[in-house]
Design a binder for this molecule. Structure first.
Ligand code: BEZ
Ligand code: MG
Length: 591
């Protein structure tokens, strides 16, 4: 504590701390693994229903419970409460009423929950009824589980009814499980809803960067995944379009194949250059969408706009100019600009090269392999991780200025150049079930590209993730997200005890989380040392816990300890010698 701190500063600090605690507390986490063929347990069901009830569902005439309660209590807007630290008590009270109403619903059904909510908060029964009826439908689907039946039928070669692929909270009608998933029509992406949501996210992302740097980033690198864009009907795609300042337009067949430029007066900020790396799954599912993104970048590059308001054009001109001026003195940009602009407007191979922004794996290839290199501890110099990312992902998907399609042509130099301009990297997170330390794919992609940028731009980018899980989109830095995930999951007894109920597999999950956390040190240096210390204290220095892990899965226990020792060897963590001794003892003691 700072002795010079005033009472107001102290209050502000305590409020911030309180906000963080609420954020961790409210985070929905899996409290165990899904067991194939088994329906969800009561607590899990109540948590999911509470989240389902936090969104308006106009298609079912159902309003979000927190909003209904806020209105009935005469609070202006529940959403505004989320941004006002002074209103945290009111918000907490409303969240408490929601939780209790859902609990009553789970125990006694629609009528009782509606009555209770009416007596507690004055919410009109008729207003809450559609929401509880919706919860009743979802609850019924959660109680049934056809997975084993469906598997057996699939093995017999029988037909399995398909259902939408989405996140359960975003679209509860992905239930019941045990169906085939169908994707989306790529020509329908992005949906209007996705485009509307993406405006808020893109704005929040740029505001955050602006607040931290006093200006906009000249280029952003985005990661787009296939399944995520299925779930959200293209929110990630829509975010890229917003950054560029264009909107999708449907053609005569109602396909999103065209774009329309949003005028600068309306956009009221510069158009941001984007480097888009898509997964192999995205490439396979969203070919027309890649063409749409490529078209958008090309169109923006050709707009006759001031260069300080159109970073795509500025970057493209600079690149052509730099090529032209090779070997000549710098500083010719202004005099050459007319020439260069003419080249842009006329198209041609120089323009095609300078405007290439959509990259993926070579045709038929998937993934970055950065995760494998990290997990196998197979790298010496961390630049190798970024180089591997580019090696795997430097295949351009575009259409040249003569309209010929280029599908997966190796373009390492172009990707290197594009990444060298990037100042921030970003990925949209849209699932309640899978976060950045649950799987190794987030660090292989977002971490991998961030490391590639760091060596090419000669400066570490700012790394952001959005949290479009909650009704209010939130942008966090990678470091903040790692802290939040660690507190909400890895170090949270609710999470690890939930995992340990699964015995052997649970220990493997804990070890996986630690390894994935380590992946963020390796690729992005984004893990605070206290995280490794607290992991050691929670799982290894507590003798009872150590014995439980040893009993359940000595193999994963050893891997976990080795990973922590590697974090120390690689300079990510520098604990007391006493802690290191204890860790070495666990390995040598033949756990
Ligand atoms: C995808 O949906 O594109 C994806 C899924 C898992 C890992 C990486 C990408
Ligand atoms: Mg693994």
């Amino acid at each position: 504590m700072n002795p010079k701190e005033t009472a107001t500063e102290r209050d502000a600090r305590v409020t911030r701390l309180y906000e963080q605690l609420v954020e961790i507390e409210q985070r929905l986490i899996p409290t165990g693994l899904h067991v194939f063929g088994r329906a969800s347990e009561l607590q899990e069901k109540a948590d999911l229903l509470r989240m389902v009830a936090s969104f308006d569902r106009s298609e079912h005439g159902a309003r979000a419970l927190p909003r209904l309660i806020a209105e009935a209590l005469g609070v202006d807007s529940y959403d505004a409460l989320l941004h006002e630290t002074s209103a945290s008590e009111t918000r907490e009270m409303i969240d408490g009423i929601v939780a209790e109403a859902v609990r009553q619903f789970c125990e006694d059904g629609v009528e009782t929950a509606g009555d209770w909510l009416n007596s507690k908060a004055g919410v009109d029964r008729e207003e809450s009824r559609p929401t509880f009826l919706l919860l009743a439908k979802v609850a019924e689907q959660l109680d049934s589980n056809n997975e084993i039946d469906s598997l057996v039928r699939a093995l017999r070669g029988e037909y399995i009814r398909p259902g939408p692929g989405s996140d359960i909270v975003q679209n509860p009608f992905v239930l019941p499980t045990g169906r085939n998933t169908h994707a989306v029509n790529p020509y329908s992406v992005p949906s209007q809803m996705a485009f509307a949501r993406a405006e808020r996210t893109a704005d929040a992302l740029l505001r955050r960067y602006f607040d931290e740097h006093g200006r906009y980033p000249r280029a952003l690198a985005l990661v787009l995944w296939g399944l995520d864009n299925i779930k959200t009907h293209g929110e990630g795609v829509a975010q890229a379009l917003w950054l560029l300042g264009v909107r999708p337009v449907r053609d005569a067949l109602n396909r999103a194949t065209e774009i329309e430029v949003i005028p600068l007066e309306q956009l009221r900020r510069p158009r941001i250059d984007v480097v888009i790396t898509v997964s192999g799954i995205f490439r396979d599912l969203f070919t027309p969408t890649m063409a749409l993104l490529d078209k958008a970048v090309r169109r923006v590059a050709t707009l006759d706009e001031p260069l300080d308001m159109n970073y795509v054009r500025r970057n493209v001109l600079e690149k052509i100019n730099a090529n032209d001026a090779k070997g000549e003195q710098a500083g010719r940009l202004r005099t050459q600009e007319r020439n260069v602009s003419a080249k842009v407007d006329a198209g041609g191979f120089e323009f095609d090269d300078a405007v290439t922004r959509v990259f993926s794996n070579a045709p038929g290839n998937y993934g970055t392999n950065v995760n494998f290199m990290v997990m196998q501890s197979a790298w010496e110099n961390d630049a190798t991780l970024g180089d591997l990312f580019v090696t795997r992902k430097c295949f351009a998907y575009t259409r040249d200025s003569k309209g010929r399609s280029v599908e997966g042509r190796e373009a390492r130099g172009l990707m290197d150049d594009a990444l060298s301009l990037v100042e921030a990297t970003y990925q949209n997170i849209d699932s309640f079930e899978v976060g950045i330390t649950d799987v190794d794919h987030y660090f292989e992609y977002l971490g991998g590209i961030s490391k590639a940028v760091e060596t090419r731009a000669k400066s570490r980018p700012s790394i952001y993730l959005s949290d479009s899980l909650s009704p209010q989109t939130k942008i966090r830095s990678l470091e903040e997200t790692v802290r939040l995930e660690t507190r909400a999951k890895t170090l949270n007894p609710k999470w690890y005890e939930g995992m340990l109920k699964h015995g052997f597999r649970g220990v493997a999950e804990i070890e996986n989380h630690v390894a994935n956390t380590f992946g963020w040190s390796a690729t992005a240096n984004a893990v605070d040392p206290w995280i490794y210390t607290e992991i050691s204290q929670t799982f290894l220095l507590d003798t009872m816990m150590l014995n439980r892990l040893r009993e359940l899965n000595p193999h994963s226990l050893k891997s976990l300890v080795r990973r922590l020792l590697e974090a120390h060897d690689r300079g990510f963590w520098n604990p007391d010698e006493e802690i290191l001794e204890r860790l070495r003892d666990i390995i040598e003691g033949g756990a």
